[in-house]
Design a protein around this ligand. Sequence first.
Ligand SMILES: [Zn+2]
Length: 236
Amino acid sequence: MTTFHLVILKCPACAALMTQYDLMSYTVHDSTSYSDGKCDSGAPSSKLICICPECTKPFWKEDGRYQDEPDHQQADQLPGAMDMYDLPWRFDDDNEEKRIGFYQDLLKDGFADGDKKEEYVRTMIWWAINDLVRNICSWTQARNIRQFKAITRHRRKFKALYKQYHSLFIENLDRMIFLFIKNGDPDLLFLAEMYREKGDFKKAREIYDKVEDPHLKFYRTLDGLIRKKVKKVVQL
Ligand SMILES: [Zn+2]
């Protein structure tokens, strides 16, 4: 069962109060997970960055903690914290690019003060670029020539976009790998995955061979992907 705990947050910029939920536990059985660690669980509280509904400035959830056991009557009067999916460009044609740009701007503005925060924002960039090809339509979904043409257009657009972000993708992974190693005791399977997605299969294999817990589901999948020199993110 998925359980949430209500909390009140205070915007560090304008002091507006808002409600948010802490995720206490959730089931992963219904969710789809991917090799890059993204999980389509729809759990809002796993998101660490909130957006203030008053001033629309982003802030770290931890920096906005105000009240942990709020009075429900008071909480009912307050708006909920937003996240980036509530921003007005959500339905724009280029929302994927705006999402990547949003996280890039956070890094440029020094929003991610500290390695852990930088790792988080960079993970969001990694996932957002992978999203361009994560759920790309397959030819087999076409039922007629009109759908076939639409899918062709869709695939062409997203593959071109994915290519366009290639240098950012590599630069971002390089920095994540640096932070992972610098902070000590990295998750080796995850590190091997980063090298694989970069296309450095030699290094991916070298790290993979150091993994001591071969019982994880991802362990076997990753072995095959490195062997076949597949770079793309995959569904597990
Ligand atoms: Zn605010």
